[in-house]
Design a protein around this ligand. Structure first.
Ligand SMILES: *[C@@H]1O[C@H](CO)[C@@H](O)[C@H](O)[C@H]1NC(C)=O
Ligand SMILES: *[C@@H]1O[C@H](CO)[C@@H](O)[C@H](O)[C@H]1NC(C)=O
Ligand SMILES: *[C@@H]1O[C@H](CO)[C@@H](O)[C@H](O)[C@H]1NC(C)=O
Length: 961
């Protein structure tokens, strides 16, 4: 009965997030202990109790670095616990990234801190050829590296500053909030805290009065003389473990056995020059993170990183959501730096804009592993982050088009009906999705054959239209012997265990369920096999996958997730690996999909949970949003904060997961959707049907226009995805990343740029809005995509106001860019591969630049040079197409599109009509629409060159005289 209730409530769609289901900082003991350090350290004579000894070259090898010449270790001690040893290690990595780690060393405790987060999150590249030098003088070690970079390490008290050109950019332990709890025995700790000692097996009353039995005391083989009396050494005024929850913690009806005891750590990072900090996804907060602490702070709770299945999340809140990337950009017009705090346990982050920006990070377990990214600008940060975590996965072409989802298309007939209705309505569609109800009793892989009698025939019928399907495969596995996936996982002994080492079971969609431990290598090959055509016969290569609920969501678990004392492979507790857990599942699933055919294919797997590095495995979305204006308005900032942290293949449920948006709001959602990197409509089972073909005119046309615009611009999106997959750039760029020197636009988060195309989009998110304000950067003209209205270049940034009746929204082009489009209307993107291309040239002060990247859209042949990549440039009346990177221009893919031509070139911003347009001396037709550059509402002249007779794969030049 206790199990049924939460599941029922969820299924019935109980409304509004239940805040009380999720902890606040003060409800979790480590946060309660460590957050107050920031106020306790404000007293005038406070200094950090930590100090370093002399450095020695690190001997052990490390990921991506030859230890020689670029890695040092320092003994680290605290006056609070003089007998406890810590070690601080500094590595200089490729990309001029400094890594600073701290672990407890030489402890008599059998426990170890979790130190494998980097193994899952970071690439292990070839050894880097980094050189750095160290000098130590008068208690200060200085490590010089890169171009003008220095780590200045103060030994006592501990303080580490990263300087560029002699100026401090990042300071670790400036405020002395670094503290690492050491492993200790339960008995001593309990005496120390003067908490009534519970005898083995004795029953004690918890705060809530529930009766529980204490665990056996932890066995620790330590020399008694090594444990000096607590009182003798601790400065209780600074760090006092005033609660009795060190070895056991209760919250509501859950008990966390905490066998390792306290192992939290706290650290502060100050960015003396920063005006803004961005990142730390995933939160429904503004992109420029507001204060969480201090008088009048915007939020009162810290930003929380703890992947949870949150139901109808609050639109403006620092509460934890489905994913976690502990990456921060600290920015001002003078420069941008970044920090990745690589920890996978529950983490809380306070932000305060005082003396630059101060941040305080509190994590429950694990080693301290900080990566300091030197910038000096956002573009460099994207490259540095990609050096660490790899660039994004190159998606298959179809995944960048429109996805239609609903919980649920309940029968095979309904799936086919959706295809037919999109056809009839002349609306493009690439992917039709199936939520949990396709599966018999929510046993994923097993189709409900009553509703889907012949899945292969259905998939073939969809594939014949050039389309794909996605079916959900969640990580919870129904606990029933008749389910082969359950049987296998039991036989292989690869399930996540409880603290008592028995298999963990919990409640989720199928009822009583178990979870495979993807940290266990034995699960990997097996999971790959689950997706092979031999094992899963009821699928075809047109079927792709959606991994939902992988936080993991456990309906009857604490905070709707797994107990922290569950055990993974290697004996690690769930608390140590929680935020990585969903990423491993995503990784394994996408791997399985990519290898199921003899020729490796680009996989597509959508995940809800994620961590640093998840962008290597596919797309994510923002989870269970609401069909409200407030949620629509909040999405852009969420996309942007995810995007700068690598997760730029991101979207939101178009229409909102919950609720029944009216037609005006639905049109606005679709317009916004056309500019989400991942464009999918989705809706809760309780909502009314809202496929775009269901509406009458004029709504129907507005929805169709939004869909078609997405398809028209697919080549531009593909360029951006390719840059993400090769350079680590985000698919969509926030204002500060495009224009880092513009202080006044830094916090703008309700509009964004698509790749390097110059396209600037802003969704309309206000009911009844007939006008919308857009922020324009300085120095280049802007053009309206639809009307060619022009805003001449200005020396200063400005706001402009656009008319935005329901069928209009701001889509502008920054001068200086060329972008490609494909303007033939097709049923699906797979049918566009031989369509001609249109190029739009938006003239800037110095001509214009752009690119066109094309490949087969489904295999990895592009990595072997099978692609077409053109550099497009306009200068002095000449538009040129040349090969962008030197490679075999006659590769098999290029040959397959040899006939594809440029059917139209549109040039915006010429001052006067050309007298002729020629290609290799041959005159070509053109049309000229006179502009009005001096009018009150200036309009750009539009030159349209029709069928210039040039091919996409060739070098050519069009001369406009
Ligand atoms: C993690 O710690 C163990 C034990 O101290 C050590 O053997 C191992 O090399 C460490 N791993 C990494 C990646 O630092
Ligand atoms: C995950 O993905 C990486 C590639 O990014 C791969 O090398 C690794 O073996 C995968 N395995 C697991 C268990 O995550
Ligand atoms: C643009 O408008 C916003 C608010 O609407 C305002 O805060 C900002 O200062 C304006 N920027 C400029 C350059 O006028």
């Amino acid at each position: 009965m206790k199990l049924l209730l939460p599941a029922l409530l969820l299924a019935l769609g109980a409304h509004a997030v239940k805040r009380e289901d999720f902890k606040e900082c003060a409800q979790t003991s480590f946060c309660r202990r460590l957050r107050p350090l920031s106020s306790k350290s404000e007293v005038a004579d406070f200094t950090s109790p930590y100090s370093l000894g002399s450095p020695s070259p690190a001997v052990s090898p490390h990921i991506g670095t030859p230890a020689k010449d670029a890695a040092w270790t320092f003994p680290l001690t605290s006056t609070l616990y003089p007998d406890v040893g810590f070690e601080l290690r500094v590595d200089v990595l490729d990309g001029d990234i400094a890594q600073v780690r701290v672990d407890e060393v030489g402890s008599a405790s059998p426990w170890r801190r979790y130190n494998e987060t980097a193994k899952w999150a970071l690439l292990s590249p070839e050894p880097a050829h980094v050189r750095a030098s160290i000098t130590t003088k008068k208690g200060v070690s200085s490590i010089k590296y890169g171009t003008g970079l220095e780590l200045r390490i103060n030994h006592s008290p501990l303080r580490i500053a990263m300087l560029r050109g002699g100026t401090e950019e990042i300071v670790f332990n400036d405020r002395g909030l670094f503290h690492m709890e050491h492993f200790r025995t339960k008995e001593i700790a309990i005496e120390e805290e003067e908490v009534v000692k519970a005898e083995d097996g004795e029953e004690v009353k918890t705060e809530e009065g529930a009766e529980v039995t204490t665990e056996e005391p932890v066995e620790v083989k330590s020399e008694p003389e090594e444990q000096k009396p607590f009182e003798a050494t601790i400065d209780r005024s600074w760090f006092e473990t005033e609660d009795g929850d060190l070895f056991e913690e209760h919250w509501k009806r859950w008990r966390d056995s905490k066998p390792k005891g306290p192992e939290a750590f706290s650290l502060d990072l100050t960015f003396p020059r920063a005006k803004h900090v961005f990142g730390l996804p995933e939160h429904a907060s503004p992109l420029s993170l507001p204060d969480t602490i201090g008088e009048g702070s915007y939020y009162s709770e810290p930003y929380r990183l703890w992947n949870v299945d949150i139901f109808e999340y609050v639109a403006d809140s620092p509460m934890a959501l489905y994913g976690a990337v502990p990456l921060l950009h600290a920015h001002s017009a003078q420069g941008t730096v970044g920090v990745l705090n690589l920890v996978a346990s529950e983490t809380w982050v306070d932000v305060a804009h005082t003396k630059g920006v101060q941040t305080h990070w509190i994590s429950e377990s694990g080693i301290m592993d900080l990566l300091l990214l030197p910038g000096p600008n956002p573009t460099a940060l994207f490259e540095q982050y990609a050096t660490l975590t790899g660039p994004a996965q190159m998606p298959p072409q179809f995944a960048t088009a429109y996805h239609q989802c609903r919980w649920n298309y309940n029968t095979q007939g309904e799936v086919i009906e959706v295809q037919d209705r999109f056809e009839e309505a002349d609306m493009p569609l690439d992917v039709t999705w199936l939520d949990i109800e396709y599966a018999d009793e929510h046993r994923y892989f097993d189709w409900n054959k009553k509703m889907f009698p012949d899945p292969v025939a259905m998939l073939d019928q969809v594939a014949k239209l050039g389309r794909k399907m996605v079916a959900i495969v969640d990580p919870h596995i129904k606990r029933t012997d008749s389910f082969r996936v359950y049987k296998d996982s039991l036989d292989l002994d690869i399930l996540i265990k409880k603290a008592d080492n028995n298999n963990f079971d919990g409640w989720c969609w199928p009822g009583s369920s178990v979870w495979v431990d993807f940290f266990n290598p034995k699960s990997w090959e097996w999971w790959t096999r689950m997706f092979s055509f031999e094992t899963w016969a009821d699928q075809t290569k047109a079927l792709f996958v959606w991994n939902d609920m992988n936080e993991p969501s456990v309906f009857d678990g604490p905070e709707i997730t797994m107990p922290k004392d569950n055990i993974h492979a290697g004996g690690w507790e769930h608390r140590d690996v929680h935020n990585i857990n969903g990423m491993l599942f995503h990784n394994q699933t996408q791997h399985a999909i990519s290898v199921r055919e003899p020729t490796k294919k680009r996989p597509f797997v959508l995940s809800r949970a994620y961590f640093a590095g998840s962008h290597r495995y596919g797309a994510i979305w923002t989870g269970d949003n609401l069909g409200t204006w407030e949620h629509l308005a909040g999405e852009s900032a969420m996309f942007l904060s995810n995007s700068i942290a690598g997760m730029s293949f991101v979207g939101a449920d178009i229409g909102g997961f919950f609720g029944n948006p009216g037609t005006e709001m639905l049109v606005r959602w679709y317009q916004a959707g056309a500019f989400m990197p991942f464009m999918r409509a989705h809706a809760h089972i309780d909502t009314k049907r809202r496929e775009p073909y269901l509406y009458d005119e004029p709504i129907r046309s507005h929805l169709r226009d939004a869909l078609r615009l997405r398809y028209t611009l697919l080549p531009t999106w593909y360029n951006a995805f390719h840059d993400a997959a090769t350079k680590g750039y985000p698919v969509i760029w926030p204002q500060y990343a495009k224009f880092p020197a513009d202080e006044s636009g830094a916090a703008v988060d309700d509009q964004y740029y698509v790749g390097d195309s110059g396209l600037l989009f802003k969704p309309v998110v206000v009911e009844g809005a007939t006008t919308t304000e857009v922020y324009l950067a300085a120095n280049e003209p802007y053009y309206d995509y639809f009307s060619a209205r022009m805003w001449p270049a200005r020396a200063k940034p400005r706001n402009i106001t656009l008319d935005t009746p329901l069928d209009k929204f701001p889509l502008l082009i920054e001068g200086g860019h060329i972008f490609p489009s494909r303007e033939r209307v097709r049923r699906a993107s797979s049918l566009m591969g031989q369509d001609p291309v249109t190029l739009t040239v938006a003239l800037g002060k110095n001509g214009a630049h752009g690119q066109l990247y094309l490949d087969d859209g489904e295999t990895f042949a592009w990595e072997r040079g099978e692609f077409v990549h053109r550099e497009l440039a306009y200068a002095d009346g000449r538009l040129r197409s040349t090969q962008k990177v030197p490679h075999d221009a006659h590769n098999a893919f290029a040959r397959s599109i040899a006939a594809v031509g440029v059917e139209r070139v549109r040039v915006l911003g010429l001052n006067k009509a050309p007298s002729s347009v020629t290609v290799a001396g041959r005159e070509v037709q053109f049309e000229w629409e006179k502009g009005a550059p001096k009018a009150k509402e200036p309009r750009a002249g539009i030159l349209t060159i029709k069928n210039p007779g040039v091919k996409v794969v060739d070098d050519w030049e069009i001369v406009i005289a």
